[in-house]
Design a protein around this ligand. Structure first.
Ligand SMILES: Nc1nc2c(c(=O)[nH]1)N[C@H]1C(S)=C(S)[C@@H](COP(=O)(O)OP(=O)(O)OC[C@H]3O[C@@H](n4cnc5c(=O)[nH]c(N)nc54)[C@H](O)[C@@H]3O)O[C@H]1N2
Ligand SMILES: Nc1nc2c(c(=O)[nH]1)N[C@H]1C(S)=C(S)[C@@H](COP(=O)(O)OP(=O)(O)OC[C@H]3O[C@@H](n4cnc5c(=O)[nH]c(N)nc54)[C@H](O)[C@@H]3O)O[C@H]1N2
Ligand SMILES: [Mo]
Length: 893
């Protein structure tokens, strides 16, 4: 504690504060325009100067550390005169006019409106960006835009350009922001104090009048945001500064892609399709109809003729109710969610080897790791805020090893980039383990205390030399050695991984092979060391964890283990039959065994592999209920009933992010028209089916309290505590502070974990003479999965279509030009995509995204599944490409 005197009042302030921090804590305002808590203070604007007894001259409050005994004065006549002079100088070049920003507020506070004398300079206005309006005639040269772009996002888009007498800040394109390297994270506009960079939405819709703190509806990072509304309309989103996950940052989706909420084609009343045409019905009729149809099908074909898909986009509470309904109202364990097609292999591998199927660390450990291993994760595109944290860690000197089939952005920052052929990581990890053992890099103490199976494993990986795997992986043996050495010696080392590992025929085994490496090198159970699947959607971790899983109940408890406990709380029996997962449901539908499917927030048709077979499966159903915000492809093509759901901005609840953190989702808006929260719809159908007793919930909190009653590791996480901050499970009691790092002293299933000897499986998607290319499918920064949400915002302008990335070498060989449409043919189907020549894909590989129905890329993907979890092999499809031949031109293969 430091004892200081601030404007004659004695104060006690925690150590480590600057003078500015202390003043703000004491409620004393001094102007400061170049300061942003997210940035290192620079003391450039000089407005925050204060007098300190004993210091010869005034000092900048933002850069001066507070010291014990300091006596500080903030508003002496001399200081105020100096501030006025500085502001007047800025005002002389700033155009007069209305506006509200930090700079103009100071101008008004000092009565300097009349001094605003800059002339408007249309040549400094850049209106090309869909979200950010640039008017550099309002720039006051605080450099916050440039600094936050460099030091938070790591993008280096803004350049300081000296043009003789004038210093200007310009985007690196030299032209517009739109054409620059900008990733539209909006940090510059969020930081800008002077109106030089402004969110267009604020200009168009007016400033927000109410702010609601909530959690981002997009990816599994779980950024906290303030949602700004005005007259019942969402007008702006800003990052929460002290959020542990995003620390005041967001990406182009969280920050800007909110316009979908009031898209014109939002469905606002229930619909029933009869004879091919949709008819609007009342909620009563819709609920009665769904209940009656389900009852009828259950009566005729048995409960296992029905399946439910929970939504990784909906809340924990809603997913809990969905699986409870499936199990005790419909009487089936046929309940799943899109974790199946995503990180089910990670959950299975981590669960089997370590006892808990979730990420072992927190995102904050990125700053604690000495080495970060990024495997099959396009982090800066798919988890951009985590990606930015990794970039900054690398800039500060952390070692970075990137294992990705493509040269992704993070590879530019890496000490080693290994680009394995798709599906060969398992061999690569075996070879890395070989190096660790051969070079004596094992953490002997850790292994002696906590790891079993070393002798068998040593024998097994003896044969997996880097030289053996190098040709098949397409990676140099010495690079494998370098990667293994960094991971084993520059500790703590932490891995983050994505679908490049999981979406393969041996996805689970590949993640297990990565866990082997962590066990051998002692990179587990410590801050900055662990295994972290970067979970996909906002609540995919939660959807599965709440029990939208055919074999597990809430808390990932196998059904037979949890049965007695759950049956007691639910006062109902849980079916004994083995539930079908999503892939098995599709098989069963094609075979006529599954007759009804209720798909909540999940566009199965667009996103499942082998689209034509998915279509056949869904078309065979007697009843397909889609519950969504929009008529997604599944609904449009095949649904019989559409139930309109409220978006996360329109309801209360919680999400669980990829580091096991439960965070609040808060209602900032009313749902449009008749749209309703998913849990309310589910409870109504349960009641209509005669099972109102277990579904009489009155609020999301009421549901959550039941979740806490059946899930011991979440028992301590009540809404009251979540008002303060999110909490990471395990958190078994009200006085437990949550768990940042798993497996510190022992694993969830016991003291020791066992190394696994893992052989790769053969894929049926290996390239051949007929299909010589390997197609990788994945994502783009600006679009999100089925693009139902991002596609209805200006993000669609940033990324209008799916494109086929072709290596420059293959492009030249085939003679295809940038932008030219080509036919991509696999053994399963055809898609037409425009070519984008790229230095980031290796020769022999192609990359595309699956976001739009226009391209319908999943017509190409095949039937391969991960052996353990049935996750589809989205990351490897053998294809050929054909030019859409203009007449008179030869065809290229
Ligand atoms: N902007 C955006 N963000 C998203 C999403 C989105 O659609 N858009 N979707 C969300 C969802 S649901 C998920 S699951 C996550 C997915 O996040 P990621 O897993 O990062 O996404 P992908 O693009 O599918 O694939 C990741 C990387 O795997 C690489 N790869 C492919 N095959 C292999 C291989 O065999 N070995 C290795 N080492 N690498 C390989 C690809 O080159 C790609 O760079 O993103 C989430 N976040
Ligand atoms: N080729 C290829 N295909 C893939 C993949 C790949 O890498 N390659 N990745 C796979 C992966 S990892 C995933 S996760 C899937 C994703 O596939 P999906 O889960 O289908 O994709 P999403 O776009 O995330 O959203 C699902 C739906 O939820 C709706 N929604 C949003 N919020 C709510 C809500 O609060 N309530 C309700 N009821 N609905 C809501 C949206 O409008 C959208 O229609 O795609 C898979 N498909
Ligand atoms: Mo996903």
């Amino acid at each position: 504690m430091l004892r200081v005197v601030l404007n004659d009042a004695p104060r006690e302030i925690d150590e480590g504060a600057t003078i500015l921090d202390a003043l703000r804590r004491a409620g004393i305002h001094v102007p400061h325009l170049c300061h942003d808590d997210r940035l290192e203070p620079v003391g450039a604007c000089r407005l925050c100067v204060v007098e300190v007894d004993g210091a010869g001259r005034p000092v900048a409050a933002c850069t001066t550390p507070l010291a014990d005994g300091m006596v500080v004065r903030t508003h002496t006549p001399a200081l105020e005169a100096e501030r006025r002079t500085l502001l007047r100088l800025l005002a002389e070049r700033y155009p007069p006019g209305a506006g509200d920003n930090a700079f103009l507020r100071e101008i008004r506070a000092y009565g300097l409106e009349g001094a605003l004398a800059g002339r408007p300079r249309p040549e400094l206005v850049d209106d090309a960006h869909p979200y950010i309006r640039v008017d550099m005639s309002r720039c006051i040269h605080c450099y916050r835009c440039e600094r936050i772009c460099n030091d938070v996002q790591g993008q280096f888009t803004w350049r300081v350009w000296d043009r003789g007498a004038e210093t200007r800040i310009v985007p690196d394109s030299g032209t517009t922001l739109r054409e620059s390297s900008c990733v539209s994270c909006g940090a510059c506009a969020d930081s800008c104090p002077s109106g030089a960079l402004v969110d267009r939405s604020t200009l168009a819709l007016g400033p927000a009048t109410r702010w609601t703190r909530t959690t981002c509806p997009y990816c599994g990072v779980g950024c906290e945001m303030h949602v700004g509304t005005r007259d019942g309309r969402l007008v702006a989103v800003r990052p929460v500064l002290d959020a542990p996950v995003n620390e005041g940052h967001l990406c182009s989706k969280g920050r800007y892609a909110f316009g979908f909420v009031d898209a014109a084609d939002r469905v606002t009343a229930p619909l029933v399709r009869e004879d091919g045409t949709w008819r609007t019905v009342s909620w009563d009729d819709a609920v009665r109809h769904v209940a009656a149809r389900l009852q009828e099908i259950v009566a005729r074909h048995g409960p296992d003729a029905v399946g439910v898909l929970g939504s990784a986009r909906a809340t924990n509470e809603e997913n809990y109710v969905a699986q409870k309904l499936a199990r005790i109202v419909l009487g089936t364990n046929n309940v799943d969610c899109c974790a199946r097609v995503c990180h089910a292999p990670s959950a299975a591998a981590l669960g089997a080897m370590l006892g808990t199927g979730a990420a072992t660390n927190s995102f904050a450990d990125i700053e604690r790791a000495r080495t970060i291993l990024v495997c099959g994760s396009n982090t800066t595109a798919c988890h951009p805020v985590v990606g930015a944290r990794i970039k900054q860690a690398a800039r500060r000197g952390a070692k970075l090893v990137v294992i990705d089939a493509r040269r992704i952005e993070l590879a530019d920052y890496a000490d080693v980039h290994l680009a394995p052929r798709p599906g060969t990581d398992l061999m690569l990890f075996n070879a890395m383990a070989h190096v660790v053992l051969a070079e004596g890099l094992v953490d002997e103490a850790f292994v002696a205390e906590r790891v079993d199976g070393l002798d068998a494993f040593r024998d097994f990986v003896g044969a997996w030399t880097p030289e053996r795997v190098a040709p098949e992986c397409g990676v140099a043996a010495d690079d494998i050695r370098r990667a293994a050495r960094l991971y084993a010696t520059e500790r703590p080392a932490m891995s983050v991984h994505g679908l490049g590992l999981t979406e393969h025929v041996h996805g689970t085994d590949t993640v297990m092979a990565l866990v082997n490496l962590a066990l051998l090198t002692g990179n587990l159970g410590r801050p900055g060391a662990g295994i972290n699947p970067l979970r996909g959607q906002n609540n995919v971790q939660g959807a599965a964890h709440m029990g939208c899983e055919p074999r597990n109940l809430t808390g990932m408890v196998p059904i037979d283990e949890g049965r007695a406990r759950f049956e007691q709380v639910w006062r109902a029996s849980i079916p004994a039959t083995r539930g079908l997962d999503l892939m098995e449901m599709m098989e069963a539908a094609r075979a006529g065994r599954l007759r009804a499917l209720w798909a909540i927030g999940y566009d199965v048709l667009l996103t499942n592999p082998e689209a034509e077979r998915t279509r056949a499966a869904l078309a065979a159903l007697e009843l397909l209920v889609v519950q969504d915000l929009f008529p997604n492809e599944t609904a449009r093509a095949l649904a019989h009933v559409f139930l309109p759901a409220a978006a996360s901005f329109e309801k209360d609840g919680t999400f669980m992010n990829g580091e096991r953190r439960i965070q609040r989702v808060r209602r900032a808006l009313d749902p449009p028209g008749g749209a309703r929260p998913d849990w309310e719809i589910l409870c109504d159908v349960a009641r209509a089916m005669g099972r109102g007793d277990g579904f009489g919930f009155g609020s999301a909190e009421g549901i959550w309290n039941e979740v806490r009653a059946v899930w011991p590791a979440g028992a301590g996480i009540g809404y009251a505590r979540l008002e303060q901050a999110g909490l990471q499970w395990p958190c078994p009691g009200e006085d437990h502070r949550g768990t940042e790092v798993l497996h510190r002293h022992e694993f969830a299933h016991g003291r020791r974990a066992t190394l696994r000897c893992l052989e790769p499986r053969v894929s049926s998607e290996l390239p051949s003479d007929e299909y010589p290319f390997v197609l990788i499918t994945g994502r783009d920064l600006h679009q999100f999965n089925a693009a139902t949400m991002t596609g209805r915002t200006a993000n669609a302008a940033l990324r209008p279509r799916d494109v086929l990335e072709v290596s420059v070498a293959d492009g030249e060989r085939l003679g295809v030009r940038d932008g030219e449409p080509v036919r991509v043919e696999s053994r399963h189907g055809v898609a037409v995509l425009p070519v984008a020549l790229s230095e980031r894909v290796p020769a022999g590989a192609l990359f595309t995204t699956f976001h739009t129905a226009e391209a319908f890329v999943n017509r190409l993907t095949g039937a391969g599944l991960d052996a353990a979890t049935h996750t589809p092999e989205y990351k490897r499809t053998a294809v050929r490409i054909r030019r859409e031949t203009p007449p008179g031109r030869p065809r290229a293969r």
